[in-house]
Design a protein around this ligand. Structure first.
Ligand code: GDP
Ligand code: MG
Length: 313
């Protein structure tokens, strides 16, 4: 049966946000069209300051705490799970530093209310953001471009943290990564046939510098590692198959070369390349088996996820 009351939970991951949380909180609208109940959930990720007291004083209804700092991705995951338990129909993730405009939440959730999307990502006007250096702008755009290629979606701003999920989408998302949830949700969404839409949003001036991105180099390093991991996790067959083919063809070329000399030079020499050829071909065949096993594991995982989804329901 369908419940006619629409409950929105706005989750705010916080790590030492006693200064900015009140600013962010103040901007949250009291009512939003199409929504009957708005509740706020603060996920305190082991803050060492007075984030929890601040949240209580603001009258924030739901506060969950990690006993120590586990990072934004874990806090996001805790947020989704808690929101589902609290009976959310729609979950919006909002940063605690007031980077995003809570007044845009109605725009963000509209495609969900209209049943046009399962996940909506607020796309920031990267070009116009004053606090982003030219290099950071290029990196952000490049990151989104690569994510579009890996995920096969047309997401405009992949690292944006301003997002809305239907409860069905939230149930199906599993965050494994410990650093970023932003890329992983997009890849999973596309793998699971969920519709991801981008909606343009505005941003506020920075209250403080980003804590997640320490430097451009750090950002690139982490992004490349994360994307590599995602390719292995989400495209394991393709990944091992490519390795297998490379090894196999290198071996094959050496083998053909050996054969050529074997015939034209009447069968002597080139034993080293023959050994290498045999090793490469064997490794290639092994990688093929890895690809098959990885594929079987991926199928297995899908079955487990279906079971998990049924349990959550
Ligand atoms: N849970 C958790 N949240 C964090 C951590 N670092 C930053 N955040 C939160 O993530 C959001 C975005 O962080 P911010 O430093 O503004 O990074 P930006 O997205 O690059 O601007 C804010 O709500 C922060 O409170 C962390 O270690 N753990
Ligand atoms: Mg920020």
């Amino acid at each position: 049966m369908y419940n006619s009351i629409m409950k929105l939970i706005i989750q705010i991951p916080c790590y030492n946000e006693e200064k900015t949380l009140p600013v962010t909180y103040k901007e949250i609208p009291e009512s939003i069209g199409g929504i009957d109940e708005i509740e706020i959930l603060v996920i305190d990720d082991g803050s060492a300051d007075n984030t929890v007291e601040t949240a209580k004083n603001l009258g924030i209804k739901h506060i969950v705490s990690h006993s120590k700092n586990l990072g934004l991705a874990r806090a996001f995951d805790t947020g989704l799970k808690t929101s589902l338990k609290l009976g959310a129909d729609i979950i919006v993730n909002l940063d605690a530093d007031n980077q995003y405009r809570a007044s845009d939440i109605d725009k963000l959730i509209k495609p969900l209310l209209d049943k046009k999307a399962d996940i909506v990502i607020g796309a920031r006007p990267i070009e116009k953001i004053k606090s982003f250096s030219p290099l950071k702008k290029v990196l952000q755009k490049l990151g989104s471009f690569v994510m579009r290629k890996i995920s096969g979606t047309d997401v405009l701003d992949a690292p944006s943290g301003f997002r809305a999920f239907t409860k069905e989408a939230a149930k199906r998302i599993n965050i494994f990564d410990n650093y970023t949830y932003t890329m992983e949700t997009i890849i999973q969404a596309s793998k699971k046939g969920l519709t991801v839409k981008s909606v343009p949003v505005e941003v506020n001036e920075d209250l403080r510098p980003s804590r997640l991105v320490k430097s451009n180099f750090d950002y690139i390093k982490r992004s490349v590692f994360t994307m590599m991991r995602f390719i292995i996790i989400y495209r394991p067959f393709k990944f091992f198959m490519i390795i297998s083919l490379i090894l196999f063809f290198l071996g094959l070329i050496l083998g053909l070369r050996f054969l050529y000399f074997y015939i034209t030079e009447s069968g002597t020499g080139h034993i080293q390349s023959l050994i290498l050829c045999a090793i490469l071909i064997l490794m290639g065949v092994q990688s093929l088996f890895f690809a098959i096993i990885a594929d079987l594991l991926a199928i297995n995982r899908k079955l487990i996820e279906d079971v998990q989804l049924n349990i959550k329901k």
